[in-house]
Ligand binder design. Structure first.
Ligand code: SAM
Length: 235
């Protein structure tokens, strides 16, 4: 998590188009080519995804429009599309969103029922996403956002949502700040982006200012993965 310098979004894009894509495709995959830390992150992240899917369980998702911004390899976008939602999945990295499309097509080839509206996969930064959706999701992306850009980013995502906004982020607490500092002292070869923790009250104020109230709250914490998940509704 060392500083890469230059334009932040550009260095995040470069990282997730190169060494980061290889690392995260493995972490968000099923193979056993992961070390203990990566396995812990995989399992923690899956818990967050499962919580979001659990929040939608029991609802008829057919035709519900979803924008999954910063979709990565499609861990959330794919199950939502397979549940019938009309999903627009995008990511700043063409390698990551390309992998999401491959994984979705593999599911269909393996016999899963295709949704009536095919998901759209696009290489786009969060703030380049446009349109109106019933639900906007942005899971574990804020860690790549500097504090001074978070309000603008939340405001933009909120403007895309007619009803629900679901976001997750690494909360800024004393314990996690220390853990992050320790991680920075021992940077791995493929941890090439900066990581930003965010104070929950700041995120919530930004959501409130953008016209959303928090309706559900979850925390997932494993040894190396921690993520606060908020479900919000337009007031
Ligand atoms: N949301 C996915 C998930 O939970 O499986 C992926 C999470 S992964 C830790 C972070 C993703 O955010 C990467 O795929 C990265 O390319 C993407 N990302 C980072 N900054 C972004 C930005 N400004 N706009 C869009 N995507 C971004």
């Amino acid at each position: 998590m060392s500083e890469t310098g230059g334009d932040e979004a550009e260095s995040v894009r470069n990282y997730f188009n190169t060494v980061g894509a290889d690392r995260w495709k493995k972490i968000y995959g099923e193979t056993d080519e992961v070390n203990k830390v990566q396995l812990d992150i995989r399992q923690g992240h899956q818990k967050t995804v499962d919580k979001v899917i659990g929040w939608m369980a029991g609802k008829d998702m057919n035709g519900v429009t979803v924008c999954d911004a910063g979709c990565g390899t499609g861990s959330l976008a794919i199950p939502l599309a397979l549940s019938g939602a009309a999903v627009s999945a995008s990511d700043i990295s063409s390698a990551m969103v390309g992998e999401a499309e491959v994984r979705f097509n593999n599911e269909i080839a393996a016999g899963k029922k295709a949704p009536s509206v095919a998901p759209k996969f696009e290489a786009l930064g969060l703030e380049e996403c446009s349109g109106k959706y019933d639900v906007v999701t942005c899971i574990d992306v804020m860690i790549h956002y500097p504090t001074d850009r978070v309000n603008g980013m939340i405001n933009h995502l909120a403007s895309l949502s007619e009803d629900k906004l679901i976001v997750s982020f690494a909360p800024k607490t004393l314990a996690y700040s220390i853990l992050k500092r320790v991680g920075e002292l021992f940077p791995g070869p493929s941890k090439a982006t900066r990581a930003y923790l965010h104070a929950e009250e700041d995120v919530e104020s930004a959501l409130k200012a953008a016209g959303f109230k928090v309706t559900r709250r979850e925390m997932t914490a494993t040894q190396f993965y921690f993520s606060r998940l908020l479900e919000c509704e337009r007031v």
